[in-house]
Each structure stands twice: as C-alpha cells, then as structure tokens.
Design a protein around this ligand. Structure first.
Ligand code: PLP
Length: 467
C-alpha cells in the first residue's frame, strides 16, 4: 500500500489486506502463547518513548503500526497464557474477540431496545440465562458491565436508593475482612461515609464471621445508623474462600437489608456440580456481581450483575430526556440505559452470546471443572512437601502456600525465583498476618501439563532456598 492509501473508508481489497495482516499477527500470537515468557518480553528501551509520541498529521504505515502494537503487547505480563496463575486469571477466548469485532463494525446501538430489538433480545437472553442459573424469580434482571467493580458499584448504589435515599449520611455497608477493595470503593462512591463502611472480621478459616456481623449491625442500629447492604463473597480474591452464604443471607433477611454477593471471581462455578453444592445460599442474594472476563474466559471489559428486582435498578438509574422522546419502550425487552449508569455503550451482549452458542454451556462447565481438579492437585502436591506450608484446602481454584518456618524475605525470594522461571507467574498476599504466595488457576489455557511444570519450579526454588 502507498502511504496515502489509508482512507477512513477502505475498499474491499483494503479491508481484506488490513484485516488479513491483523489476523496473521494474532494467530502467531496465540500459537506463541505456550512458549511466551510469563513476565513478558523485555521492554525495549526506546519503546515507551516511541509509543508516547503524539499522533502525526500524515498517515502512517499499517504494517509498521501493527508491528508496534505487537511489540507493545508482547512486552507485558503474559495474561493470556496458561502460565498466568497470578491475581485472578481470565482468558480472552478467540470466539469472543470475533464477536467484539463484529459488534464494532456493525456498530449497533443497544442502549435502548427499540433501536435494535433482535440484538437486545440476544443480550437479554444471555442475562436471563444468568438469572436462571441463580434461580432468580420473574422480575429479576441482569445487566452487562465493564467488570466486577462496576457491577459492585451498581448493586450498592441500588441498595442505597432502596434503603437510605435522602439519608445517606447515616447509611452503613458491611464487607468482610477479605472482601475485594472494589466494594468499599463502591460504597463510598454511592455516598456512604468511609467510617460507615464496616469491616467484618473473619473466622480462622478465612470466612466472614457471622457473629461479628450481627454484633456490628446491632451496634449501628443502636447508634441510629441505617444498615443498607451486607456483602459476602462467593469466593474471595485472596484465597477463593466462600463465605457462609446461607447464614449471611439469614442475617440480611432478619435485618431487612440488601444482600449482595460478590461473585466476580467465583460466581460462575455455580455451573459445576461441586460449585453448585459449595455455593449453597447464593440463590438468596438480592444481587450477585459476576465477571465473565474471569470465569467465562472472555476478554477484559465484560462484567455482569444479576439483581432480584429490576425495579430496584430502575428506581436508581432511570431518567427521561426530551431528546429521546421519539423512542417508545417495549414491553418485551429491557432498555439497558434505564438499568445502569450508561447510555451509549458497546454491544457487549455478542461477546457472551456467540461463545455460549458456539461452544455450548457444557464447554464452560468442563473448563471450570478442570480448574477445580487442578487446584486439588496443587493442594495435594504442595501440602505433601515438608518444605512448604499449605494452611487451607481450596473451596474453588486458589491455593495459598508459603515456605514452612521461613522469614518473610525468604518468602519473597521464593516468589521471585518462581517468577524468574518465565514459565509461570504467581502473586502474593497477606493472610492472618503472614506473607503467602498463591496459585490461582482460572485461565482457559491452563492445563495439567503446566501445573506439573509449576510443581517442578516451586520444588526446585524451595530446595534452593533451604540449602
Ligand atoms: C476481580 C474481582 C473484583 C473486581 O472486578 P474487576 O473486573 O477487576 O473490576 C471484585 N470482586 C472480586 C471477588 C474479584 O475477584
């Protein structure tokens, strides 16, 4: 292509050429994931400078720009590979990316149903499937968000409207000691004062202490405050531990407060038989945050929330505007703009609809079952090693461990040695005051072979430090 041959509207040949080279680059990327270094390629010294320049007036060269994009992507933590066992892994499955491309090129407006009823029906059906997964009743509603943090924010804002509209200065919210930080953030954005976000202690098994929760609620009622929402985790980010969902639900019901469950990491394990058993009580929630970009292996930017009462969302987020007066509502399909803070939004529904219809729900169930199996393998193998300490059996797919009888610098050295292998990436946290490494198995690309490699790497590093 000549330098001046990049019109905003390329012809068919131009589209084929550009899309073809992107596709070739991406196939090469995906095929390279098995061997890609887990901490990313070294960042070339001049790269950040070159990529930080302002855009030029003159056209660039597509091939050169694509090469820069690849170099930039390669010089990042390898979050798309099976080696990624840090934080909470996700996926980035290819079919979802194709759906995203299709949605972007067709550029349909799905914030209001009358613009694109069939597309809104597709998104709505996927959300209905989520509501059904958690046995939510008629009148419940799901929405797609950009991630778990936004889902938590929408839920707590709705709870605040429902229970403390006009009195938010007295509103309180209850989160577990191991709750994700996005919950406290959400409560504060919803107007709850920092000191009114109460931290509920954990029991020794890292679960929310229900007695302490009751105590805090009693104290706050006595002080004339207004408890708005009790939050539990269906799998904490730190350890994947499931809070006592049935008991917390009973407390919330007795107290007449909103029961929010943060299922951003663990909610979709409900698809599996073991997950369904362990998440008992999740169906009693008023709202559940979910993260398809974690446990459904979609590209980042896809969160979800299911809410028992669509009216609670509408009461918080519905507004009318004169410039939208031409648009009637449909009785059969939701207007997403009336249920969330967004008006114009990308057509996220397709990112779920295509993979779920193409691969089938059971493909996702089997993936999640595999992750549960792999976590059991990790637990068994690491706890059999006298050099290591593994304190908690995993509820889902995260296993924290540390060097037995060793100092904190030694724990940090262990993490560093493991990650220097370039074959796996782990992260660390603090539990019961101690430094812990953690293995988080949730990537669609993590399978038994990589986990066996992880064992070799951990064991060799532990031996090296012990010597
Ligand atoms: C990841 C996570 C979140 C935040 O979700 P984002 O998609 O990162 O915004 C909230 N809660 C839990 C339990 C999580 O694991």
């Amino acid at each position: 292509m000549k330098e001046d041959s990049y019109p905003l509207e390329p012809d068919a040949a131009g589209m084929r050429e550009m899309a073809g080279s992107v596709l070739e680059s991406l196939i090469d990327f995906v095929e390279g994931l098995e061997d890609a270094p887990s901490t990313g390629a070294a960042v070339p010294p001049a790269l950040l400078e070159a990529l930080s320049r302002p855009p030029p007036e003159e056209p660039g060269h597509f091939g050169d720009l694509l090469a820069m994009m690849r170099t930039a992507a390669d010089a990042s933590y390898e979050t798309a590979a099976g080696s990624y066992l840090a934080y909470i892994p996700g996926g980035g499955i290819f079919s979802a990316a194709l759906a995203e491309f299709f949605a972007a090129v067709t550029n349909r407006y799905t914030g209001k149903a009358t613009f694109a009823p069939p597309l809104v029906a597709m998104e709505s059906a996927v959300l209905r499937w989520m509501c059904d997964l958690f046995e939510f009743p008629v009148g419940s509603q799901g929405v797609l968000t950009t991630g778990g943090s936004m889902s938590n924010l929408i839920a707590l804002t709705a709870a605040r409207t429902q229970l403390a509209e006009g009195q938010v200065d007295r509103a309180t919210v209850y989160v577990g000691e191991h709750a994700h930080a996005s919950l406290a953030k959400a409560a504060r954005i919803a107007g709850v004062q920092r000191q009114h976000v109460r931290t509920v202690a954990s029991t020794d098994d890292l679960r929310l202490d229900v007695d302490h929760l009751r105590e805090l609620l009693r104290e706050d009622r006595r002080a004339g405050l207004i408890p708005v929402a009790v939050c539990a985790a269906s799998g904490t980010t730190n350890t994947g531990t499931i809070d006592p969902l049935v008991e917390v639900g009973e407390v919330a019901r007795e107290e007449g407060v909103w029961y929010h469950i943060d299922g951003a990491y663990g909610g979709f394990f409900q698809l599996t038989e073991r997950g369904h058993e362990r998440l008992e009580g999740i169906t009693s929630a008023d709202s559940i945050a979910l993260d398809p970009h974690k446990a459904l292996f979609l590209p980042y930017g896809t969160g979800a929330l299911v809410v028992r009462s669509a009216d609670a969302l509408r009461a918080t987020f519905s507004e009318s505007a004169d410039y939208l007066q031409d648009l009637g509502e449909r009785a059969d399909l939701p207007d997403f703009d009336a249920l969330t803070p967004e008006l114009t939004r990308d057509f996220r529904g397709l990112r779920l609809w295509l993979p779920l219809h193409l691969h089938g729900v059971d493909a996702f169930r089997r993936q999640l079952d595999e992750k549960l199996d792999l976590a059991v393998m990790v637990y068994d193998r690491l706890s059999a090693n006298p050099l290591l300490e593994v304190r908690w059996r995993p509820d889902l797919s995260i296993v924290p461990f540390r060097l037995a009888h060793a100092s904190e610098p030694a724990q940090k050295e262990l993490l560093q040695r493991i990650n220097q292998s370039g074959r796996v990436l782990l992260s660390s946290t603090r539990l019961a005051g101690d430094f812990f490494l953690r293995v988080a198995v949730l990537s669609a690309r993590t399978h038994e072979e990589r986990i066996r490699e992880l064992f070799e790497i951990i064991e060799e590093a532990a031996r090296a430090i012990a010597d």
